[in-house]
Design a protein. Structure first.
Length: 77
């Protein structure tokens, strides 16, 4: 179980201003950031509550979260 907050601001504090800027100026970035936030919230909620979910489903959710984070990081750099 993990209670680590993987918010973009926590994971990329050096890009906090850029994250805010892109959320307002880049529709695609805003959409990806929103999807990432919702997915991270779901994954962390399942982890914290020990809610049963298929391992495959849970692993797919975590994989998608990593893919989004990588894509977002490339946009920030």
């Amino acid at each position: 179980m993990s209670d680590i907050n993987h918010s973009l601001y926590n994971d990329f504090p050096q890009y906090a201003d850029r994250i805010r800027q892109l959320k307002h100026e880049d529709e695609n970035f805003a959409r990806l950031a929103s999807e990432y936030h919702k997915l991270d919230h779901s994954v962390r909620g399942l982890e914290m509550r020990n809610i049963p979910t298929s391992d495959e489903n849970f692993e797919q959710m975590k994989l998608r979260r990593v893919q989004l984070k990588d894509q977002i990081l490339r946009m920030l750099q």
